[in-house]
Design a protein around this ligand. Structure first.
Ligand SMILES: C[S@@+](CC[C@H](N)C(=O)[O-])C[C@H]1O[C@@H](n2cnc3c(N)ncnc32)[C@H](O)[C@@H]1O
Length: 261
């Protein structure tokens, strides 16, 4: 259902005025944002708050366990697609032979490069899911977390995965499960037109299997929770959700969609 993909991208960008840019955004001849990037105001505008969110996500390591069960990456070439500021790159670098982060936003590419300075097996490239700057059949494991692959509309990126992933490789896409959990309920209040069944049908048609994982957000303070709600939802909803969530924890259902090649 294309409307869903557009509405998610539009809402994430703060309104229907902002569409996925067809051409790269350049400043003084330097590519600021690669063509085809889905506006991501949470991390583009406030990477320091997104860092707080990343630190709060899944303190029990359930996602890492689920991914490792699906496809271990020891010695493998891992692509983190839509890597943002590279939060997950050091984690993959511990076991992988080689890790490549790809990210369309130049400021985030710089941040990711700073993060992995000194890690000899990690590189960060500017690019997008629709034009992955890697050769054919060069990747064993792809990780894309809350980045571009939101269901219908991401077919160009899936075609690129088919090109860059080696036979025997695996792609893993992490996104919200809006059918359950406190966060899932909030997500549906924010995007009432979101249709989880249509999204599930889409991934099944593309040959992906669902691995549901119930994680939690765990914050150090109410101020951190409030700040993160403020970058994820419109102000009015963020204020209401903060009242609905006592304490420092929020249960959060996600899916790991995965497919072998
Ligand atoms: C919500 S952030 C998640 C960042 C990172 N995966 C993480 O978990 O920390 C979404 C990221 O996807 C990137 N992105 C947007 N459009 C993309 C595209 N077409 N291809 C690859 N990445 C994209 C954004 O620039 C942003 O860094």
């Amino acid at each position: 259902m294309k409307a869903y993909a557009l509405s998610r991208a539009d809402v994430r960008s703060g309104g229907a005025k902002h569409k996925v840019p067809a051409a790269a955004v350049t400043l003084g001849g330097v590519m600021e944002i690669a063509a085809g990037a889905v506006p991501s105001p949470n991390i583009w505008n406030t990477p320091q708050i997104y860092e707080i969110e990343n630190r709060a996500v899944d303190p029990d390591g359930l996602l890492a366990e689920a991914m490792w069960r699906i496809r271990p990456w020891d010695g493998a070439t891992v692509l983190d697609l839509g890597c943002g500021t590279g939060f997950h790159l050091p984690f993959f670098a511990e076991r992988a032979g080689r890790v490549v982060g790809v990210e369309p936003h130049s400021g985030l590419v710089s941040g990711a490069r700073r993060r992995v300075e000194g890690l000899g097996n990690v590189t960060v490239r500017q690019g997008s899911a629709q034009a992955i700057p890697l050769p054919d059949a060069s990747v064993d494991v792809v990780h894309a977390r809350w980045a571009y692959f939101f269901g219908p509309g991401c077919e160009p990126g899936l075609r690129e995965l088919n090109r860059v992933v080696r036979r025997g490789g695996t792609a893993m896409v992490i996104d919200n499960d809006a059918t359950r959990s406190t966060f899932g309920g909030w997500f549906r209040q924010w995007l009432p037109a979101y249709d989880p069944e249509a999204v599930e049908r889409f991934w099944a048609r593309q040959g992906f299997t669902r691995e549901p994982v119930l994680i939690r957000w765990s914050f150090g303070s109410r101020a951190d929770l409030a700040a993160v709600l403020g970058i994820e939802f419109p102000a009015e909803l963020a204020a209401r959700f903060l009242e609905e969530a006592p304490g420092l924890e929020v249960d959060y259902a996600v899916n790991v969609w995965h497919r072998g090649y």
